[in-house]
Design a binder for this molecule. Structure first.
Ligand code: ACO
Length: 166
């Protein structure tokens, strides 16, 4: 793996990352909502208790601000001889930091975790087309076509995502 830019660090999510801009970086993905520190900690503590299944990593810039993030969730199956499948979720790089290979570094780290924990495959869903995305109620941004990014990260196209919203 190549190095991050000087002063940048890749590390697991930590309990004080509410103050380091974790939620702000996720806002390039979707509506985040008005999450309190208590809500953040409740979710963080759940993930920590399940840290054999949930791995959330962040990249910080030289001022210790989070500018990239991603998660892999390790699913336990019956099929494939009680196999494990890694699900990559919520990959985000701050708008001002995109195009510096930080997204690639996040994916490389998550693929490594998936392989080390014994996943027989790692999968993810991503956008097929450029589309409008509501990032705050009533505020829209463009979500870009991500297939070429994931192809550069070593993934190949397979199957179709279906969704049902409650
Ligand atoms: N279209 C074509 N190529 C792309 C795109 C794109 N949308 N994005 C990146 N690439 C290419 C880069 O040019 C680079 O190619 P190169 O090696 O030939 O120079 C390579 O992919 C690696 O790019 P990075 O610099 O690592 O990408 P970046 O740090 O900008 O991160 C990301 C990419 C995560 C998609 C970022 O743009 C982002 O946060 N976008 C908004 C949120 C988002 O869409 N997240 C993914 C949702 S899907 C999911 O979470 C499973």
């Amino acid at each position: 793996q190549k190095a991050l830019p000087p002063g940048y660090k890749l590390r697991p999510l930590s309990s004080d990352d509410y103050e380091h801009g974790f939620l702000k970086v996720l806002s390039v993905l979707t509506v985040i909502g008005d999450i309190s520190k208590a809500q953040f900690l409740e979710r963080y503590n759940y993930l920590k208790k399940h840290n054999h299944e949930y791995f959330t990593i962040v990249i910080t810039d030289p001022s210790d601000t989070i500018i990239g993030a991603g998660t892999i969730f390790v699913e336990r199956k019956f099929i494939h001889n009680t196999g494990l499948v890694g699900h990559i979720e919520d990959i985000a790089v701050d708008k001002n930091q995109q195009g510096k290979k930080l997204g690639l570094r996040v994916i490389q780290a998550l693929k490594y975790i998936g392989a080390k924990t014994g996943c027989y495959k790692v999968i993810l869903d991503c956008s097929e087309e450029v589309r409008d995305l509501e990032i705050q109620p009533g505020k829209y941004d463009k979500l870009f076509h991500n297939v070429p990014f994931y192809e550069k990260c070593g993934f190949t196209r397979k199957e179709v995502e279906m969704a049902w919203y409650t």
